[in-house]
Each structure stands twice: as structure tokens, then as C-alpha cells.
Design a protein around this ligand. Structure first.
Ligand SMILES: *Cc1c(COP(=O)(O)O)cnc(C)c1O
Length: 356
């Protein structure tokens, strides 16, 4: 009954029994020699799903995005990116540190979109005063927001007009695809068709313990392979991990709709409570603004009731395959009780560190 309802992130999922079984049965080789059949098969499969020539299995989404930026851009070039995009704000400045690639961050609206006029204005003329603008990075979903097709069309077309490449941080692109309705594999393909490269995470809502993939042209993936090796991302019997991703693609794509339904259930349950307002819940992430500085108090109260979330003023709740309706209802009841009791902060401090 009192198991933890962990809504900090969809990265907290544990591999299911069936996934563990698939991992244990996977044929293995040595992927640095290029002969791990499970990794090979996964790379071919995700390349086919995304409609790209090739793919590379990566230990993390951060390394996947970094390899993409290093493969698209030379030293002294720059990428245009949202001020709150993962590839700018949450990856330790890796492109700048390791690639001498300059980010050009731009403001985003509440749905994560940059103004096309801002993008156009940020593209530098060919002049030795400026870093050479080389790449546009977008993210889908961004903070749980699926990007509208016309925005993706407009931004990528603008980038191409100016000779830029376009990369999609699609850590949660399967959530965007499922939210679009219809066949999610076709929807993923439709979203990423506009991009030269896409990074997808298996370790978020898809529920694998480890792994992402970078997908793109043969040429790009060859360059990324070299960078991955330099970054220490060349893994050996990684078929064990690729098998988990395979299993996720077989069994955990359509069920993302369940996570989205649970996020709706949470958003609706919280919507009526005085003292907080639900900002958005379009896929599997619910943001809630808490009035009166009661965010940390609420987090602590929830934690004492075995419900974990992150944030400070805006709290973040993420649904995933390790949560069910009863858990969501517990989160709602605990929140309701906190406000009903006059927002008394618990003695124990919440461990509310952000996990992205
Ligand atoms: C999680 C995430 C990544 C990659 O994160 P890792 O923890 O390195 O796998 C990249 N972009 C976005 C938008 C993410 O949510």
C-alpha cells in the first residue's frame, strides 16, 4: 500500500520482468568491433523508424546530443538553441567545453517555441567578427509540450534557407508522436523527417534502464562514432542494453498513452485546489504553480506521504510506467490535505532536487 509514488521523472522506471528476460537472452558481441548483433539490430531498427540512413546507440541522451553537435559543427561555429532547451541549459555546456562550439540561446515562449524572427536575426552574416552559424537545435517534446507541425515546418525551413543543419533533441519524441494520435511510428517519422538528425531516449518513458540513439545520415553517424569513442561512449557487450531498448520499442510505445491519461487525471484532480494552478499537462509532464511560496512545503508534505516530485515555485510531476491511477489519486489527496491543513510545512525537508 505505502510504496513510493515517484513522479520526479520518467527516468526512474525500473525494467519490467519481461524486459529483464529479454536482456538476459540477448545475443552479444563486442560493439567496439561492431559485431554485437543486438546493438546492430537496434541501430537498424531505430534508423528505419526515424527514416534516417544510420543510427548509433549511445549511453545517454546528453552524449547523443553532444555527439550530434560535435558532428554538425566545427570549432568556432555556433548553434541556435532555446534558452531553456536541454541542449543549452542542462548538458553542462558540453558543446562549448569539448567542441569550442558557441551556443546562441534565444528566448522561448511558454510552449517552448522561439520566434522565427528571433532565429532569423540570430543567424550571423559570413563575417570574421562572428562565429559561423551552423546549426539549429529544437526539442520535442519540450517540458511536455509537443511542438506544433507548423512551428517545426517554419523553423526548419528558415534554417535551411540560411544553409543551417537542423537537429532535434527528441528525448521524448515518442510522447509527441503518441500525443499526435494515429500510428505512433508513422507520427515519429513525420516529426523527424524535417531534421538532419534526431536523438531519442530509450531510458525515459520507454522504460529502458540505459540508452539513447542518434539517427542521421551515414556521413554524420560516421563522424559521431569517432566522437562517441573519444567521449568514452564505446561500449562492449552493450547488446544487453540494446535488448532492453528493443523490448521498449515492441511493448512500451503505445502505452505512453496511459502515462498521458494519468497526467490528465492528475491535472484534473489538482485543478480544483485553491492555492495552486495547473500550468500544463499535454503529455506525461504536469507543471503546477504554487502560490504563497508554499512549493517546498508542499513537496515536503508529499514526500512524507510517499509522493515524490521536483521543483520550487513551479512543481513538476512526471508520469511513467511505474505509476498507476491509485498512485496519482494519492498524490491528489495528499496535495488537497496540505492546503486543507493551512499549508503547514512538515518538519522533514523535501529532497526536491531537480532531476531532468
Ligand atoms: C533526458 C533528456 C535528455 C538526455 O538526458 P540523459 O539523462 O543524458 O539521458 C536530453 N534532452 C531532453 C529534452 C531530456 O529530457
Amino acid at each position: 500500500m505505502n510504496t513510493t509514488v515517484d513522479l520526479r521523472s520518467d527516468t526512474v522506471t525500473q525494467p519490467t520482468a519481461a524486459m529483464r528476460e529479454a536482456m538476459m537472452g540477448a545475443p552479444l558481441g563486442d560493439d567496439v568491433f561492431g559485431d554485437d548483433p543486438s546493438v546492430q539490430a537496434l541501430q537498424e531498427r531505430i534508423a528505419a523508424i526515424t527514416g534516417k540512413e544510420a543510427a548509433l546507440f549511445m549511453p545517454s541522451g546528453t552524449q547523443s546530443n553532444l555527439c550530434a553537435m560535435l558532428s554538425h559543427c566545427e570549432r568556432g561555429e555556433e548553434y541556435i538553441v532555446g534558452q531553456n532547451a536541454h541542449t543549452y541549459r542542462y548538458e553542462g555546456g558540453g558543446a562549448a567545453v569539448l567542441g569550442s562550439i558557441q551556443p546562441q540561446p534565444l528566448a522561448q515562449n511558454a510552449s517552448g517555441q522561439m520566434q522565427l524572427a528571433d532565429i532569423a536575426a540570430a543567424i550571423k552574416p559570413d563575417d570574421p567578427h562572428f562565429a559561423r552559424t551552423r546549426l539549429l537545435c529544437l526539442e520535442n517534446t519540450w517540458n511536455g509540450h509537443p511542438m506544433p507541425a507548423d512551428y517545426l515546418d517554419g523553423a526548419t525551413a528558415l534554417a535551411r534557407e540560411h544553409g543551417l543543419s537542423v537537429h532535434l533533441d527528441g528525448a521524448r519524441v515518442f510522447n509527441a508522436a503518441v500525443a499526435a494520435g494515429g500510428d505512433p511510428y508513422a507520427a515519429v517519422r513525420g516529426i523527424v523527417d524535417r531534421f538532419d538528425s534526431v536523438s531519442v531516449c530509450f531510458s525515459k518513458g520507454l522504460g529502458a534502464p540505459v540508452g539513447s540513439a542518434l539517427c542521421g545520415s551515414q556521413d554524420l553517424i560516421r563522424r559521431a562514432l569517432r566522437w562517441r569513442k573519444m567521449l568514452g561512449g564505446g561500449l562492449r557487450q552493450s547488446g544487453l542494453l540494446a535488448a532492453a531498448a528493443h523490448h521498449a520499442l515492441d511493448h512500451h510505445v503505445r502505452r505512453l498513452a496511459d502515462d498521458h491519461a494519468l497526467a490528465q487525471r492528475l491535472a484534473q484532480g489538482l485543478a480544483g485546489i485553491d492555492g495552486l494552478s495547473v500550468r500544463s499537462a499535454q503529455t506525461n509532464i504536469v507543471f503546477v504553480d504554487v502560490a504563497g511560496g508554499h512549493g517546498p512545503g508542499l513537496l515536503g508534505h508529499l514526500a512524507r506521504d510517499g509522493v515524490l516530485a521536483t521543483g520550487l515555485i513551479g512543481l513538476r510531476f512526471v508520469t511513467h510506467l511505474g505509476v498507476d491511477a491509485a498512485g496519482i489519486d494519492r498524490a491528489i489527496a495528499s496535495t488537497r490535505a496540505f492546503f486543507a491543513q493551512g499549508c503547514a510545512a512538515p518538519a522533514a525537508r523535501a529532497d526536491g532536487t531537480a532531476v531532468y
